[in-house]
Design a protein around this ligand. Structure first.
Ligand SMILES: [Zn+2]
Length: 455
């Protein structure tokens, strides 16, 4: 395995057709941890082993690792140098760049990861004009679809979420030993929670130690760090490879502990992110507002918490890389709409303009409005006065709607080729790995092409 560079430019990499190789040996060796052989296996491990008899599937657990805002290009550039454990998991399993849902913002996409559904179904939206309040708003955690954690609980499986916030009170909760939520202040503290659960030690859940009945079937762990750095310093920040190194060290601790408690041969690792990141240095708001005025309409760029003036004909909400337009009065009439569309499409600063029909085809929620406008780099929808020439990062457009996915371990065929996977395929695949039916509203599919066939 050594020496084969993991490619991220294609949607899927690997030769396919290789036989199952079992444990991700390169990952554990890369982590530099001693190879304990289960001599110190805990009571929790023994309990998990008792449940391993069901034919046709590994006994689990599934370890879902979600690092926010990892652009596929980051791994293209830094995987080998900064993330040897993740590289090992990728090389020993299957990996690809997966398609996100629209808009490529964290909570809508993490909701898609958690429910297996697109925003048109789960209805988690962000940076939109909320029809319920008439105000612009940012992100929420509201979802109208069953989550992965809820689906697994309904089917008798157990869950630990170490900071994977999208299932907090949506299938996991503080203090619940069967479906525990815990929120570390750092990735390292989330890793501590996972390690404690694997060892059978109490897990700190909001200050209360909770002893789990066994190793949870699904263990999810989250970090926001790469996204945070990408926003503040842009995608070329040297702190991104530096922090990837730190996150990977935590992943190495998880893999080493799985091995130490004797579960490596039955554990499947699923690595995901939620969107990419694009740098920007300039605002296109003056040009967009000018084009709308030139088409004969009044416009208003609305920030979260604000209500548009009643007479405004084009209301714009935005997060740096994309804006939503809500058309009213003459702007909503067919000829007005066509005039507005012509004016917007003539702007070089816009990379794409999606109509409502286009948004529907993407599975976007109705809250996304009548039009979605996407900025061409280095432009973004930001207050021009807030820019100082320093590059910052943002996401939301189709350009950032791609994220890394890797599957590795017990149930995964080595070097299998993934066929155009998406974030909506993650939850159905995790459920399948645990012998469970997918979440109730899932639209994605089980990534069977990467899995060891069922007997
Ligand atoms: Zn972000």
């Amino acid at each position: 395995m050594a020496g084969r560079r993991v490619a991220f430019t294609s949607r899927a990499a690997g030769s396919g057709g290789a036989a199952r190789s079992g444990a991700p040996a390169s990952a554990s060796s890369a982590a530099g941890e001693p190879d304990a052989t289960g001599a110190g296996a805990s009571a929790a491990t023994a309990a998990a082993a008792e449940r391993s008899a069901e034919p046709g599937r590994p006994s689990g657990p599934v370890v879902l690792v979600d690092w926010d805002g990892v652009d596929p290009a980051y791994l293209e550039a830094h995987l080998d140098g900064c993330a040897p454990v993740l590289a090992g998991l990728m090389r020993s399993g299957a990996h690809a760049v997966m398609e996100c849902t629209y808009k490529s913002v964290s909570n809508p996409n993490r909701a898609s990861t958690a429910t297996g559904a697109r925003p048109a179904v789960h209805r988690n939206t962000a940076y939109v004009l909320d029809p319920a309040t008439g105000k612009a708003r940012g992100q929420t955690r509201a979802m109208r679809a069953e989550t992965l954690a809820e689906a697994l609980r309904r089917q008798g499986r157990t869950v630990l979420s170490a900071g994977w916030y999208i299932v907090e009170d949506r299938g996991t909760a503080y203090g619940d030993p069967e479906a525990l939520y815990t929120q570390g202040r750092t990735w390292e503290e989330n890793v501590d929670s996972v390690v404690s659960a694997l060892r059978g030690d109490p897990v700190d859940s909001g200050g209360t130690p909770v002893r789990l009945p066994r190793v949870p079937d699904l263990i999810a762990a989250y970090s926001a760090d790469i996204d945070t750095i990408g926003h503040r310093e842009g995608p070329r920040s040297p702190r991104i490879p530096e922090r990837l190194r730190g996150l990977d060290a935590g992943l190495g601790r998880i893999v080493a502990e799985v091995r130490r408690v004797g579960l490596l041969g039955r554990t499947t690792f699923v690595f995901v992110s939620d969107h990419g990141m694009t740098g920007y240095t300039r605002s296109l708001e003056p040009e967009v507002l000018g084009a709308i005025a030139g088409a004969g309409f009044t416009a208003e760029r609305l920030y979260s918490g604000r209500t548009p003036a009643p007479a405004t004909e084009v209301v714009l909400t935005a997060t740096p890389r994309a804006a939503n337009a809500y058309l009213r009065g003459p702007a909503a009439a067919p000829d007005g709409r066509a005039r507005l569309l012509r004016a917007l499409c003539s702007l070089d600063e816009l990379e794409a303009v999606h109509t409502r029909e286009g948004l529907d085809a993407l599975g976007a929620a109705p809250e996304e409005g009548d039009l979605a406008l996407e900025a061409r780099p280095p432009y973004a929808f930001v207050d021009p006065d807030a820019l100082d020439g320093t590059e910052r990062g943002g996401h939301a457009s189709l350009r950032e709607g791609r994220a890394p996915l890797a599957l590795s371990g017990a149930a995964v065929r080595a070097r299998a080729r993934l066929l155009a996977p998406g974030v909506i395929d993650v939850a159905p695949t995790v459920c399948r790995l645990l012998g469970a039916a997918p979440p109730a509203h899932a639209q994605g599919r089980v990534l069977e092409e990467a899995l060891v066939p069922r007997r």
